[in-house]
Structure formats: C-alpha cells, structure tokens
Design a protein around this ligand. Structure first.
Ligand SMILES: Cc1cc2nc3c(=O)[nH]c(=O)nc-3n(C[C@H](O)[C@H](O)[C@H](O)COP(=O)(O)OP(=O)(O)OC[C@H]3O[C@@H](n4cnc5c(N)ncnc54)[C@H](O)[C@@H]3O)c2cc1C
Length: 482
C-alpha cells in the first residue's frame, strides 16, 4: 500500500555517506527522505580520520562547520614508524626521518590540496552530520526506521518498503540511494552480488590523555605482527587500533603476544597497556568488499555500500563525501536524466575505486606480510620517502585520495620497487632478507599485477564522454601518465 508521503529520493542510511548525499542533492529541488535505524555508534569501531579531500568536500557541501563545532582536532599528515627498516636506510640530508624515528609525511607536500584534515570520534561525527542535514528544508529524516525490502525492476522508479515504528510503508521514489554501509542489505535485496575477503580483525582503544610522538598526525607503526594505527580524535584523546591477522578473537591475540606493542615507543606504549587493562576493547572485522555493480534500475550505491577496503589508508570517509559530489556532478551532467546520470556516476567512480583498492591492498601487504618480497618493498617505500621529495608528495596525494589515477599508482609502485632494488644491492648478507631471488620473484609478480591494472583501466569501464573534447582529454590524460 502506498503511503501519503511523497519523496523523490530515498536514502537508506544516515551515516556519513547518506548525510553527504542529502546535502549534495539539495540544488536539484528533490524532496529527500533519509531512513536511519539509529544504531548505537559509540560502540562501533569505524572511521574517524578524514583526509583533506574529505574535509574539502564537506566544506563545499556546507557540512564542515557543523563537524568542526562538534569537536575533534585537525590532522596534518602521517607519521610512519618502521624501526627495523629505518636502521638499514642510510641517513641523508633533507630526510623526513625525525628524531622520534618516524617518517613524517605532511599534507602540505601536495600542491593544491587543503593542508589539514580532521579527526573526530565516529559517533560524534555521524550525529553532527545527520543533525545538520535534518535542518535542511529539502530533507526529512526518519530515525528508528529501516528499509526492509526494495524492488528496482523498473527503469522509472524504485519501490521501497520501510518499517517505521510499528508501521510498514511502501514508497515509490525516482532514486533510491544505498548508503547502508559495507555489508549493505539494500544492495543484496536489489540482487547485486559482491566479492568479499575477510582480511583481519581490528581491536581499538580510546586513550584519555594518550601521548603520541607527533600529535596532529596519523601514526602507523610497522614491525609488529601487523600494523597498528593511532591518531588524536580530540586535543587530549587518542584512538589506537591494532590489526590482528589469523585470529577472530583479536583481543585475546593482542593480550597474549607482546610483539604487537614492540614497535610502539614510550610513553604511548604504557598508555596503551593501561587502556588494555581497564577498557573493553572495540572490535571490528576488516574486509575487502567489491560489489559487482554500483547501480541497478533506480538504485545507486554510495560510500561503503559501494565497496570497502582495509582501513589502513583511512579513505572510507573521503570516498563517501566524494561519492556525494560525484552523484551531484553526474545528475548535473545528465541534466537531471537519472538513467544517464547513474551510468555517468559509475564511470566517474570506477577509476578512483580501482586505484584506492589496489593501493590499500599493496600497502597492507607491504606493512603486514613477512615475506622477503614485502620486506624488500617496505625498504623500498621508506627509502623512497626518505630520499625523494616528489615521491613523498605523490604518495600523500594517492594516500589521501587527492590523486585517483591507477596509472599514477602503478608508476609510484614501480618507483618504490626501484628503490627496493637499490637497497637490495646494498645488502651484504643474503640472510638479511631471506633469499634475494625469492624477494625478486615475489616483487615482480606484484609489480606486473598493478602495472597491468593501470593498462586495463584504459580500456574498460562505461565511458560516457560529454563531448569529443571531453573524450580527447580523458584519453590524453591516461596516455600521459601511463
Ligand atoms: C576499524 C575501522 C576504521 C576505520 N577508519 C577510518 C578512518 O580513519 N578514516 C576513514 O576515512 N575511514 C575509515 N574507516 C571506514 C569508514 O568507517 C567508512 O568508510 C564510513 O563509515 C562509511 O560510511 P557510510 O555512511 O557509507 O556507512 P556507515 O558508516 O556504515 O553507515 C551506514 C548507515 O546505514 C544504516 N543502515 C543500516 N541498515 C539500514 C537499513 N536497512 N535501512 C536504512 N539504514 C540502514 C546504519 O544504521 C548506518 O547509520 C574505518 C573502518 C573501520 C572498520
């Protein structure tokens, strides 16, 4: 039965992606409904660090002041600690290697990018964003409601079933936006399958007065069984997260194995130990999920519903805000024709998604695998950051999602491999890196994969040029960087 409610767009999910889309589509005059079950986000380990491209998008969507007023703290870049490799890389002038032993990569190294991001506790962030969009005249928010069924078989509309309190309503909308997170039920109900791999478990603690070596920077600690991350979420508060592999009971594994804390310097290590004794950890599973399609009929997937990767690169939020911008651009390019707009959205998202997924996979393998090939790659990447100013800038641009071209990622990967090979030649003893041959074979395989992906990106995807000039520009830009 149809209700009396009339909405043009229904957004399933009032997280960062849903709120951003609601703000982004304001200019088209749509009446928008956000349906949000209202789960307790304070018990959830999820995104908190937003890179500058994400804060730029939030500013353009009019959401940044609300986010900053809600709390949190600015972020200026990354600090990577990798003691084992650091000792092997010879010191030179102009290095980013600080006295603390970190390779510091500031956002300021990237020309044209905003110089600061923002980090804030996840529940505070989502609450502030939803509260802000709820006040927009074109937006209605139903809290405590949930989308329970969808029918996207028509090309003209989506039929959406919503449970609101004790009532079940069926609404028809021109556009249904799946913004219901990485394991999206909306996607599944629409019949879109996905490829997923469970990677590891994340265990997180909240440190009141946690003492970071580089406050204001996202810390990555390499050298334990798997990487650990730490960053401020407020001036005196730190979030720390441990990636635990091969053990779904991440908390027990972390408590049992002191190696996880080894790469972390004092006094932060003591702060973490104290939190481990006094706090209930927050736990989350890490996945790579790639849906086989982003749209079906009048359904479009945004944010994590459009796919996710390991959180090491902290890109999920920036992708969510960017999806909102892409959808707005696609609708504008297609002059309101939603059928064409959804194809254009798929095209706009495809290339940067491939790059993001490949980068997250490459970096996670590099920082977590204990194989000679990945040891060599770790040395290569640190040496590259250590010696090359342009390399640092290019890495930061890719890591922050400011740069989304796969061809650039492949070229950077190849350069990192080159630096790794120089380090390999310098090593006197084979035993330092296992077999040199194993390292070379492993690394070659990975390099071929990413370079191959870059070339694949030239040919696939649904490309809808706006004009012959647009098509010429695209082909030229891809050939220039490949
Ligand atoms: C451990 C961890 C750490 C991370 N760290 C970072 C980081 O530092 N930086 C970063 O950028 N990203 C990070 N991420 C990723 C980031 O959390 C996500 O990319 C981001 O939250 C995605 O936002 P979203 O709105 O798409 O989905 P979600 O945040 O998952 O929101 C989905 C919303 O949909 C609602 N919903 C669910 N089912 C329904 C339904 N049937 N009907 C209606 N609504 C529904 C939910 O209640 C929820 O509010 C991290 C992820 C993890 C797991």
């Amino acid at each position: 039965m149809f209700g009396t409610h009339e909405f043009d767009v229904i957004i399933a999910g009032g997280g960062l992606a849903g709120a951003s889309v609601a703000a982004a589509l304001g200019e088209f005059g749509y009446r928008i409904l956000i349906v949000e079950p209202g789960l307790d986000n304070t018990k959830r380990l999820a995104g908190e660090l937003i890179h500058p491209p994400g804060t730029s998008d939030l500013a353009e969507l009019g959401l940044l002041p609300a986010l900053e007023n809600a709390g949190g703290t600015p972020v200026y870049g990354f600090a990577v600690f990798a003691h084992q490799q650091r000792e092997r890389i010879s010191a030179e002038t102009g290095s980013v290697l600080t006295d603390s032993g970190a390779f510091v990569l500031p956002y300021t190294s990237v020309d044209g990018m905003r110089i600061q991001g923002h980090a804030i506790e996840h529940a505070q962030m989502t609450k502030a964003m939803l509260a802000h969009v709820e006040k927009l005249p074109h937006v209605t928010v139903w809290k405590g409601a949930r989308v329970t069924a969808v029918d996207v078989s028509s090309d003209e509309y989506a039929l959406v079933t919503i449970i609101k309190g004790k009532r079940e309503l069926q609404l028809k909308a021109q556009l249904l936006v799946a913004a219901d997170g990485r394991t999206s039920n909306i996607r599944k109900m629409a019949g879109i399958e996905d490829d997923r791999t469970r990677l590891s478990t994340m265990v997180g603690y909240h440190l009141k007065n946690g003492r970071l070596p580089h406050p204001g920077f996202g810390h990555v600690f390499v050298g334990g069984p798997s990487p650990a991350l730490a960053y401020q979420i407020a001036p005196n508060e730190v979030r720390v997260m441990f990636d635990i592999q091969d053990n779904p009971d991440g908390v027990k594994a972390l408590e049992r194995d002191p190696a996880y804390l080894e790469p972390i310097p004092e006094p932060l290590r003591s702060d973490i130990k104290q939190a481990m004794q006094t706090q209930q950890a927050l736990v989350s599973a890490n996945y790579t999920i790639s849906p086989r399609a982003l749209t079906k009929g009048r359904l479009v997937c945004v944010g994590d519903a459009g796919g996710c990767c390991h959180p090491l690169t902290a890109t999920g939020i920036s992708v969510s805000t960017r999806d909102a911008m892409r959808l707005r651009q696609a609708i504008s390019d297609a002059q309101g024709n939603l059928k064409i707009a959804l194809r254009r959205y798929t095209f706009l998202r495809e290339g940067p998604t491939r790059t993001r997924m490949a980068l997250a996979e490459a970096l996670y393998r590099c920082f977590s695998e204990r194989t000679p090939a990945m040891e060599l790659l770790r040395m290569g990447i640190l040496s590259y950051w250590h010696r090359s100013k342009s390399g640092r800038a290019a890495s930061m641009a890719l890591l922050s999602t400011y740069e989304g071209r796969m061809s650039v990622m492949a070229r950077q990967y190849a350069r990192v491999v080159g630096y790794g090979l120089i380090e390999l030649v310098k090593l006197s003893k084979e035993s330092e890196l296992g077999s040199k041959r194993d390292a070379l074979v492993g690394l070659s395989g990975a390099t071929v994969k990413y370079v191959g992906e870059a070339f694949r990106g030239l040919f696939d995807g649904i490309y809808i040029p706006k004009s012959p000039e647009d098509a010429r520009r695209y082909i030229k830009s891809q050939l220039r960087v490949a």
